[in-house]
Design a binder for this molecule. Structure first.
Ligand code: ATP
Ligand code: MG
Length: 465
C-alpha cells in the first residue's frame, strides 16, 4: 500500500466523498422508493383481505343454512366457529353494543377490549370500513351489521386485518435492501481508497521530485512508468525540465562570461589609478585611458541589457519600414565612422512591418564590424532585396574576411575571431544582430561569396506594410 502525504490525502478524500455522496444518494432513493411501493402494496393487501372476509360473511348470511338460526348471536357464533382467521387477522362479534364472542386464535392486539373503539363502531347500521391504530400497528377494520329482513339489528361482525403484519415480509425485504446498500457503500469506499491511492501515487512522486528540484539540481527527472495520462504528465514535466535546464545553464554561462569580461576593464582602471603619480601629464594620460575603459564598459553593459531584453515580448515595436530609406539612412550614419568606399548596393522598393530602430541597430553592428576589419579605401556596401517570401538585408565588405570554421561560432556571445586583440570588442555585436533577427522571426548568417571580405545577410520573413 502506498503511503501518501497530506495534500494528496485530501485530494483522495475529496474524490471518495464525492463518489460516496452520489452513490449514497442513488441507493437512498432506491431504498426509499422500494419502501414506499411496498407500503402501498401492504395497504391494498389488507384491503383485499378485508373484502374477501366481508364477501364470505355476506354469502354465509345469504345462504339457506343461515335461516336455521333463531337469533343473530347464534349465526355469528357459528360463523366464528367455522372461519379460522389467518395469522394477520381476527374477528369478533358485537351484540347490543358489547363485544360478544371472539374468533379462534390469539390476535396480535385485542381491539375487542378497546372500549372506545367498540363504542365507536357498535352503532353501525351500514357496513363501515376504516383504519385504526392498535398496539400491533395499523389495523384495517370492517364492521358488518346483521339484518333481519331489511331491518338492522344490534349485532355486528367485526373483521380486523393487521396491516403491519401483512407488510412484515416487504419491510424485511426493504431493510435487507438498505443493509446491502450500506455494505455496498462501505465496499465502494474501500475500493475507491485503494484505487485513488494507486492513481495518485505517481502524482505524489511528481510532487516530491518537483519539490526536490532546486536551481542547483535541475538534472533530476521523474521516472516515467506506463503510458497513461499520469505518465504523459510526467513526460511533459520532464520535457519542461529539459528546457529549463538548458535555459538555466545558458543563463549561468552568460552571467559568468559577463562577469569575466567586465572584470578586465575594472582591473585596467584600478591598475592605472593605483599607479598614477602627481605628474600632470601622467594624470591626463591616465584620465584618458580610464575614460576610454569606462566607455567600453558602458557599451558592454548596454549590449548586455539589449541581449537580456531580447527574449521579452516588448523587445520589438513593429511599424511600417521603408527598406530603401532604412538602407540609405544606415549608410549616411556609417559614412563619418571611417574613411571607406561606402556603397548602397541595390535596395528593394518595399515597405515591411518591422522594428526600424532595431533593424538600424543590427545593421550598424554589422557596419562597425566591417569598419574594424577593413582598411582605408576598402569597400563597404549595404543593400536590401525582396525574395519570394522573405526580405534580405546585407552588409558586405572587402576586408580580411571570415574563416569558414568561424562562420557559425562568431554569433555566440563573447566569441571573437582569433585574430582580434582582446581589448577591441566584447564579442557581443553579432549576438545582438542574431537576437534582433530572431525576434523578427528571421536569422543572420555569413554568406560565402566570390572575392575578398565578408558578407553578412539578415533574412526576415516578409510582412508587407
Ligand atoms: N566584417 C567582418 N570581417 C571579418 N571578421 C568579422 C567581421 N565581422 C565580425 N567578424 C568576426 O566576428 C567576431 C565577432 O563579432 P562581434 O561583432 O560579435 O564581436 P566584436 O566585434 O569582436 O565585439 P563587439 O561587437 O562586442 O564590440 C569578431 O571578433 C570578428 O573576428
Ligand atoms: Mg562587433
Amino acid at each position: 500500500m502506498v503511503r501518501l502525504s497530506r495534500p494528496v490525502i485530501s485530494a483522495r478524500l475529496r474524490i471518495i466523498s464525492w463518489m460516496l455522496g452520489v452513490l449514497a444518494l442513488a441507493l437512498g432513493a432506491v431504498v426509499f422508493l422500494t419502501w414506499q411501493v411496498l407500503a402501498a402494496r401492504a395497504d391494498s393487501a389488507a384491503d383485499d383481505e378485508l373484502s374477501h372476509e366481508a364477501n364470505k360473511f355476506r354469502s354465509y348470511v345469504a345462504s339457506p343454512s343461515a335461516g336455521a338460526f333463531r337469533t343473530p348471536e347464534e349465526l355469528l357464533e357459528r360463523w366464528l366457529q367455522l372461519n379460522l382467521p389467518d395469522d394477520s387477522e381476527t374477528f369478533f362479534s358485537i351484540v347490543d353494543g358489547r363485544p360478544y364472542r371472539r374468533g379462534q386464535g390469539s390476535p396480535q392486539a385485542r381491539l375487542d377490549a378497546d372500549a372506545a373503539f367498540v363504542q365507536r363502531i357498535a352503532g353501525a347500521t351500514e357496513p363501515e370500513y376504516g383504519w385504526v391504530q392498535s398496539s400491533a400497528g395499523k389495523v384495517r377494520y370492517g364492521v358488518l351489521p346483521m339484518r333481519i329482513g331489511t331491518q338492522p339489528v344490534r349485532a355486528q361482525l367485526v373483521v380486523l386485518e393487521f396491516r403491519d403484519m401483512i407488510a412484515q415480509p416487504s419491510e424485511d425485504a426493504a431493510r435487507a435492501l438498505a443493509i446491502i446498500g450500506a455494505l455496498t457503500l462501505a465496499m465502494a469506499a474501500g475500493a475507491c481508497w485503494l484505487v485513488t491511492g494507486r492513481v495518485l501515487a505517481p502524482i505524489r512522486q511528481l510532487r516530491t521530485t518537483a519539490e526536490q528540484i532546486g536551481e542547483s539540481d535541475l538534472r533530476r527527472r521523474i521516472d516515467v512508468v506506463g503510458n497513461d495520462d499520469v505518465a504523459q504528465l510526467a513526460r511533459t514535466f520532464n520535457t519542461m525540465l529539459d528546457r529549463l535546464e538548458v535555459a538555466f545553464v545558458a543563463q549561468r554561462e552568460f552571467a559568468d562570461n559577463a562577469g569575466h569580461e567586465l572584470r578586465t576593464p575594472i582591473t585596467v582602471i584600478r591598475g592605472h589609478l593605483e599607479l598614477m603619480s602627481d605628474d600632470p601629464a601622467d594624470r591626463a594620460e591616465t584620465k584618458a585611458l580610464v575614460l576610454d575603459e569606462l566607455v567600453r564598459m558602458n557599451r558592454m553593459v548596454d549590449d548586455l541589457l539589449v541581449l537580456a531584453k531580447s527574449d521579452r515580448p516588448d523587445f520589438l515595436a513593429p511599424a511600417e519600414v521603408n527598406l530603401t530609406e532604412l538602407v540609405v539612412e544606415v549608410v549616411a550614419k556609417a559614412r563619418p565612422l571611417a574613411d571607406r568606399t561606402w556603397r548602397v548596393d541595390e535596395t528593394a522598393d518595399a515597405v515591411i512591418v518591422a522594428d526600424g530602430q532595431r533593424l538600424t541597430q543590427a545593421l550598424m553592428q554589422l557596419v562597425s564590424n566591417a569598419v574594424r576589419h577593413t582598411k582605408t579605401g576598402d569597400r563597404i556596401a549595404v543593400g536590401s532585396r525582396v525574395e519570394t517570401d522573405q526580405v534580405v538585408l546585407w552588409v558586405a565588405d572587402s576586408g580580411s574576411g571570415i574563416a569558414a570554421a568561424d562562420a557559425e561560432r562568431i554569433f555566440e556571445r563573447f566569441v571573437r575571431g582569433d585574430e582580434q586583440v582582446r581589448t577591441e570588442g566584447a564579442g557581443l555585436g553579432l549576438s545582438i544582430v542574431r537576437s534582433i533577427a530572431r525576434a523578427h522571426g528571421g536569422d543572420v548568417r555569413v554568406v560565402a561569396h566570390d572575392g575578398p571580405g565578408a558578407r553578412f545577410e539578415l533574412t526576415l520573413p516578409e510582412v508587407r506594410g
